[in-house]
Design a protein around this ligand. Structure first.
Ligand code: HEC
Ligand code: HEC
Length: 377
């Protein structure tokens, strides 16, 4: 256990979490599919986080000094006012580049199994996720040594690092502080969690009907289950190749460069995001994406790895049609024959998985200060 952990408390949101023995309560309705061991469960209890490290991380999350040209911060793309994402179909990326995937929210990101659409990194190793962001050309394009040097020129940071970690800014401490902050970003007061915890009127009648469909006729639960509504696995929904990906030369360049760097065979001929294949190099994984969480969808439109679907109604209509046309499609996606009413009910259920927007006070960013060079004697 870290020295600071004694002084730690459980941060934001966790205060609202009720943690009874939810094993009995987690599944008030019987599953309607014949073989559906999959279950839904409330958000797990918050991990303990060192408050001073998280507080320092909060500042760093909003500080553009972490990016190469010091113009963008984590909050530029993970903006608290846009559900901690950016509202764009695909991320803008570092100035002068463009990324080719949708920016996910960072709320609850610490709670899943893997992060990124292709599941490249484990959620349990957030410092590596932060480091990846700082050094990647399409995110912060920064040299860690430069970032450390910048922070050392800010007396307020020197003091805060000493208080939080017992020493000066180092790369590891920067990564750990931002990670501590990320762990505090969790859903709060989610109607569906209250429902699972026994409050039967916590979600509307349509949402309750939607839940039945989710478990039964629409069978969403086969892939979206557990506390994060994700099986932590990878599937192709058969999405057709997306022309927007190559319409912007900067995005196209990032796309080729990225898959070349990862050693994807035939990267120069790819016409679509290969998803898991870029990690596994297995042809069978073409187009498979990590099943995303369905928490906080209300504030994270547009949807899918390339943000091609604008609304939750669009998503449900997509599944109702049996998914996309691509041959890689998971065989379980079949036309669902849902009525308009049933589709609306499913949307109402999806909406019940979001709590009120998680807003925080934007921290002040401390200034550089000239250091006196001594007495000049
Ligand atoms: C230029 C936009 C941009 C900036 C700046 C940015 N991110 Fe991201 N972030 C993304 C995108 C896009 C992804 C998804 C990448 C992928 O799937 O390939 C992502 C993914 C993540 C994830 C994983 C979420 C998940 O569920 O997969 C975390 C955590 C995260 N970012 C944290 C940060 C932190 C911390 C910073 C600042 C150090 C930061 N991001 C800065 C765009 C950005
Ligand atoms: C075969 C597994 C599977 C089934 C069944 C499934 N999903 Fe998904 N879902 C996924 C995967 C994988 C993605 C991400 C795909 C991508 O972006 O390419 C996804 C994405 C989504 C998204 C977008 C999330 C976001 O943040 O962009 C929503 C919403 C969603 N699914 C809801 C549903 C609903 C509702 C059903 C039932 C009608 C359902 N899913 C059935 C695997 C599945």
């Amino acid at each position: 256990m870290k020295a600071g952990a004694l002084k730690s408390i459980v941060l934001i949101g966790s205060l609202c979490q009720i943690v009874p023995a939810f094993a009995q309560l987690s599944d008030p309705e019987p599953d309607q599919t014949a073989a559906a061991p999959a279950r839904l469960a409330p958000l797990p209890a918050a991990p303990e986080v060192d408050v001073r490290q998280a507080e320092l991380g909060r500042r760093l999350f909003f500080d553009a000094r972490l990016s190469g040209d010091a113009t963008i911060s984590c909050a530029t793309c993970h903006d608290p006012d846009s559900g901690w994402a950016d509202g764009l179909p695909m991320s803008d990326g570092y100035p002068g580049s463009r990324y080719f995937r949708n920016t996910p929210t960072v709320v609850n990101a610490s709670l899943g199994k893997l992060v990124y659409w292709d599941g490249r990194l484990p959620a349990a190793d957030l410092p590596t996720v932060v480091r990846d962001h700082i050094s990647e050309a399409h995110f912060f394009q920064a040299d860690g040594r430069l970032v450390i040097e910048r922070l050392r020129q800010v007396p307020a940071y020197e003091r805060e690092f000493r208080e939080a970690f017992g020493g000066e800014p180092t790369y590891g401490r920067i990564l750990n502080a931002v990670s501590a902050f990320l762990k505090t970003l969790r859903s709060r007061d989610v109607p569906f969690d209250r429902f699972l915890n026994g409050q039967t009127d916590a979600i509307s009648e349509p949402a309750q009907r939607g839940l039945k469909l989710f478990r039964g006729k629409a069978a969403c639960i086969t892939c979206h289950h557990g506390p994060m509504l994700s099986d932590g696995d990878f599937h192709s929904l058969g999405l057709a190749a997306n022309p927007d990906l190559f319409a912007d030369p900067l995005r196209h360049i990032t796309f080729r460069r990225f898959f070349r760097t990862l050693g994807v065979p035939g990267y120069e001929r790819l016409r679509r995001d290969p998803g898991l294949l870029c990690v596994s190099k297995d042809r069978a994984d073409m187009g498979k994406m990590r099943t995303p969480t369905l928490r906080e969808l209300v504030s994270t439109a547009p949807y899918m790895h390339d943000g091609r679907l604008k609304t939750l109604a669009d998503v449900v209509a997509f599944y109702n049609a049996g998914g996309g046309p691509d041959g890689t499609k998971d065989a379980r996606l079949q036309p669902l024959q849902l009525t308009d009413q049933e589709q609306a009910d499913l949307v109402a259920f999806l909406e019940s998985l979001s709590g009120p927007p998680l807003t925080i006070k934007r921290p002040e960013i401390p200034d550089y200060e000239l250091r006196p060079l001594g007495e000049n004697k």
